[in-house]
Design a protein around this ligand. Sequence first.
Ligand code: AHR
Length: 492
Amino acid sequence: MAFLEVNPARKGAKINRNIYGHFSEHLGRCIYNGLFVGENSPIPNVNGMRKDVVEALRQIRVPVLRWPGGCFADEYHWKDGIGPKEGRKRMVNTHWGGVVEDNSFGTHEFMELCRQIGCEPYVNGNVGSGTVQEMSEWVEYMTFDGVSPMAELRKQNGREEPWKLTYFGVGNENWGCGGNMRPEYYADLFRRYATYVRNYGDNKVFKIACGPNVDDYEWTDKVMEIAGKYADAISLHYYTRPRSLAWDDKGPATGFEEKEYWTTLRNALWMNELVENHLSIMRRHDPEGRVGLIVDEWGTWYDVEPGTNPGFLYQQNTMRDALVAAITLNIFNRHADGVIMANLAQIVNVLQSVILTEGEKMLLTPTYHVFDLYKEHQDATLLDSYVESHPVGDDQVQLSSLHQSASMDAEGRVHITVANLSLSGEETLTVRVPGKENAKASVRVLSGSMDAHNTFEAPETVKPVSVTDFRQENGVLTVRVPACSVTAITLE
Ligand code: AHR
């Protein structure tokens, strides 16, 4: 027996819907085959975008999509990806898998994809190997509605109207694949590049600076000190790995041992500390909190599936991943006053994807279902909540069994999401929400063994179910929360 209490009188910040954002890179089968198959494909598509994938993404209300990388962003020259397809440069994707990149998916295709999904584009510019002029012209090409060489070029390529583009990243991982820079050097470059990222007409660009790798607090400190006043946000990258932070010590996505379940969840919970520490450094430089924190790469990173290209980062996705997603999204919700966007890496077929594809087949991963269970938090107001927990784990790792967040939407409905990390203990949870004693309740649960996953042969092994065996008595909702599960409760 455990209790969960929500206090609707103690309201927090509005949960920015962009916390539920995603990331797509020219990496493996994320863009090509995953999202985009081209107009001539036998796989049903609209203007080259897979119909099944787009429809599934609309269902979870993807708010924002980041592109074209990742490390690819700092090698990407956008003019290679515009104009008639037959004339587009063919080249090798040196960073990811050494395969041919034919540039058939470029700026126009990305904007079309966002239109179909119904999400905002987040474009990441090239600082590492690109010029200031190139970055400046890309923004002009996408957003200028007047007489200019780039607006003219866009029109020649079939797009009369400019697009609306808010989110623009000035470089990616410039401490690593984006140029191996020192924070002082990058911060100066940010000031220079960002100067020429212009606002045209009423399009106001929200400029995102490359932030730290994991717990590199010095990076955050220096970039905020030197460039903070020119940036609207700074990005953090943190991947959850099952064992340690060593890249050669990851472990498999399925068939893992119980001890790796616990270390993975412990590592996922570290996000809380990372977010708080980076935010507190940011606030030292920006006491008003004008600059937001964006976690634009997060998720699990395992060994690739046996027999697949190591540069494609293709991995399966189990209930363990669902728990990582649930914990992480609860953490972001609970820091809604500082975390203004997050982007799961990556949307299809790469790392902790929400969708996997194989030819014309598609499946929804356990992580997809968590995004579905959590979507009502988008743009809702964070509410203070508390859950009673008991220790779970093994002789090495001890964690709290339950992890939660709660919000109230514009219609006054309360949404509670709870992860039960325990592998053996079903929990009987009593939920008390003052003012919602007689509310109509609905409960959806995603559960399974830690290794449970969907395959192309059995794509619905893990999926949420609506449960009705809860009780409502004396203003208290009593609900069974299975071991290794994620539960979404709505009180109307
Ligand atoms: O998401 C895969 C890679 O991880 C990205 O390209 C890079 O930014 C990060 O290191």
